[in-house]
Design a protein around this ligand. Structure first.
Ligand code: KIV
Length: 281
């Protein structure tokens, strides 16, 4: 398997949009500068998702995440992203009140992080906001289906679009966001036929997470993909087992500190060598 970087040039928003129906778009979340540096050349876009509230900060949901937190992590990722575009999530409460509120929050993210786009969760109720931001030069990525910021209303983190009513609501939500000028949309936790229908019916790329290969691209939470957690959603495929590697490394380090084999000579400065005693004849 080749570990060679794939991306050679950062896509622009029109180029990203033009990948609709073409070569699949590759996205991963990234929350820190070192992780961004490792993922950068392999991804078309890095997503600074508000999932960081749960993944990095151990929160129970994404709801407590603030704009300040997103600014700090967005800026960290931007410092190491050389090839990939970067989209930063607008956190809960920073955009739903009005298009003006959304513009102020999005403008702050763009000014203070240098990111290329913002993402927001919601359907037809956000269409005016997407139109307002897009008309003012802010590229918006939508997010429908399983929307973690709506977890209380949705009754938890469950796949969506199972019955005809919810199928139609999500289809119309995606169409409203696309018609309002979003350049792309995340489809999370959707039945495959619905993801396929949305992908066929809108002109912008759909990015799936738990929404089947019918989408124009895929995104995963990087810590899930690296095998950091014991249990994950069904749609996650772990490509590494970092949880085991980290546990094994910590256990070995602890053992070596306790038995005095770490630090060894190679890890010490200015070791004074005691001359070997001559054996008495
Ligand atoms: O917050 C997030 O990381 C996301 C992606 C998983 C789509 O919204």
């Amino acid at each position: 398997m080749s570990h060679q970087p794939h991306a050679v040039k950062r896509l622009s928003i029109p180029e990203f949009r033009a990948r609709k129906g073409g070569e699949k778009l590759v996205l991963l979340t990234a929350y820190t500068a070192p992780m961004a540096a490792l993922l950068d050349a392999h991804c078309d876009m890095l997503m600074v998702g508000d999932s960081l509230g749960m993944v990095v900060y151990g929160m129970d949901s994404t709801l407590p995440v603030t704009l300040d937190i997103m600014v700090a992590h967005g800026a960290a990722v931007m410092r190491r992203a050389q090839h990939a575009m970067v989209v930063v999530d607008l956190p809960f409460g920073s955009y739903q009140a009005s298009p003006q509120q959304a513009f102020e929050s999005a403008a702050r993210l763009i000014k203070e992080t240098g990111c290329h786009a913002v993402k927001m969760e919601g359907g037809a109720e956000l269409a005016d906001t997407v139109r307002f931001l897009s008309a003012r030069g802010i590229p918006v990525m939508g997010h429908v289906g399983l929307m973690p910021q709506h977890m209380h209303q949705l009754g938890g983190f469950k796949a969506q679009g199972k019955d005809a009513q919810s199928h139609n609501e999500i289809l119309h939500a995606a169409q409203a966001i696309a018609d309002a000028g979003a350049f792309s949309i995340v489809l999370e936790g959707l039945m495959e036929p619905l993801a396929a229908e949305i992908t066929r019916s809108i002109a912008i790329p759909t990015i799936g997470i738990g929404a089947s290969p019918a989408c124009d691209g895929q995104v995963l939470v990087v810590d899930d993909m690296l095998g950091m957690f014991e249990s994950t959603a069904r749609f996650v495929k772990p490509y590494a087992t970092l949880r085991h590697d980290i546990t094994a490394a910590a256990a070995q380090y602890a053992q070596e500190v306790r038995n005095g084999t770490f630090p060894g000579e190679a890890q010490c400065y200015g070791v004074v060598k005691t001359p070997a005693k001559k054996s008495a004849k």
